[in-house]
Ligand binder design. Structure first.
Ligand code: HEM
Length: 155
């Protein structure tokens, strides 16, 4: 009876996240699924985005189409900066400390084909990490919007 009363109070006050967590625990579905509705949270938050970016850059560095682009690049640093960038783009709670997209790619003469290959490598990792279709589309749209800033910007 006490339990039913507590559950009712929680349902009435469902906007309070503590109650929502309790409700989810009670009905056996584990923790509240997302801290918020941001793409960042839906990608799995810090650990999800870290795993995604690490895998993405490992795949890109080993990709015969574009791997040589990353020769001599400090990949640990690149992973850290791209993780921050992606976090901010996906409305996560991060601060981006790296260069703007135009500055980062000026003089690298990146082509449309290079860009497509890089995005392909991301898709491989989105699928490997079982990221749902809606979140894939949302993230890919964010990146597609940067194509113009990344490609063929000669120094
Ligand atoms: C939307 C697509 C892309 C995003 C979001 C992106 C993001 C970034 C960021 C944030 C940096 C700065 C890294 C740092 O300061 O350490 C960077 C640098 C760089 N990017 Fe991209 N990039 C994209 C596409 C590409 C493509 C297609 C290539 C080549 C195939 C590429 C190659 C590089 C290289 C070589 C650097 C320099 C890394 C360094 O010298 O530290 N990027 N990119």
């Amino acid at each position: 009876m006490r339990f039913i009363r507590l559950l009712s109070v929680c349902l009435v006050a469902s906007s309070i996240s503590g109650c929502a967590d309790f409700y989810y625990d009670v009905i056996g579905r584990g923790a509240w699924p997302h801290e918020d509705d941001s793409l960042y949270s839906r990608l799995g938050g810090e650990s999800g985005v870290n795993t995604l970016v690490n895998g993405w850059l490992d795949t890109a560095a080993a990709d015969p189409r574009i791997g040589t682009r990353f020769a001599g690049v400090d990949m640990a640093q690149f992973k850290a900066v791209l993780t921050q960038w992606l976090c901010v783009q996906a409305a996560g709670p991060c601060v981006y400390t790296g260069p703007g997209m135009i500055d980062a790619h000026t003089g690298l003469a990146i082509s449309d084909t290079d860009f497509d290959a890089f995005i392909d490598d991301l898709k491989t990792n989105l699928n490997a990490n079982r990221v749902p279709t809606d979140e894939q589309k949302e993230l890919l749209a964010l990146l597609a919007a940067k194509r113009g800033a990344v490609i063929a910007v000669e120094g």
